[in-house]
Write a protein that binds this ligand. Sequence first.
Ligand SMILES: [Zn+2]
Length: 282
Amino acid sequence: MIWVYISTLINFINSYQPFQDLPTPKLIAFLFLLLLIPVAWWFLFFYRKKRKDQLFPPGWKAILEKEVTFYRHLPEAKRIRFEQDIQQFLEETQITGVGTQVDDTDLMLVAASAVIPLFGFPDWRYRDLNEVLLYDGAFNEDYETRQGEERDILGMVGEGSMNRMMILSKPALRKGFANPNSPHNVGIHEFVHLLDKADGATDGIPETFLQQPYLIPWTKMMHREIQAIKAGHSDIDVYGSTNEAEFFSVVSKYFFQQPHLLEKHHPELFALLEKIFKQDLS
Ligand SMILES: [Zn+2]
């Protein structure tokens, strides 16, 4: 097919008078550019269409409907985009079980945790992540699940030798989605840390996403709310007062898990989070 195209093109160039005056390098460059046209056409129409048409497995759809409240509340058109984002995430990210099996529910819950915080930014991807490790339980700073001290970590964005990795406790991941009325969701919590880290600093200020005019109001709001938690005047999980990064992850979980409650109890905070995540959850 492509050779028919090339020989027709060469015959055309040879017979077309204006081209016979062209110097050879220019002619080759011109020929090369012309050749790019069918390649670009194939990519734009066939390859992209094929990707879009890739059927979302009905089994996956059923899991999302059953387990993911955020997905259930989306209108049909946005559900399709959510499914495409899930597929894209799973194409780019390895999910590995450590001492535990990974089934379709785990794949869907990890991918949904990744897609939910980024759903307002259709072109953004987690470029700092290659793999998510699922552990069979809580772990400690040395990534031990069965022995050693203080095995109370449920999720972590890897640093150093674990760079470009995320570790999640599989039971905690499942529990986060099983209780939609609980503000705890370790999957969303850790992906919000990753999103916070996109500007180079995990500091509770997602500069990549937050537009300049909201930077100062957000920082002030964050410090005011942390003080309120410390003084015992807030319903936000006390873990959010650990530092700014934890505050951002904790309130983001609250925002995605219980938007109506957050809007009722903290309307200004809710409004700023809607701006940060570019999502209308009211
Ligand atoms: Zn955290």
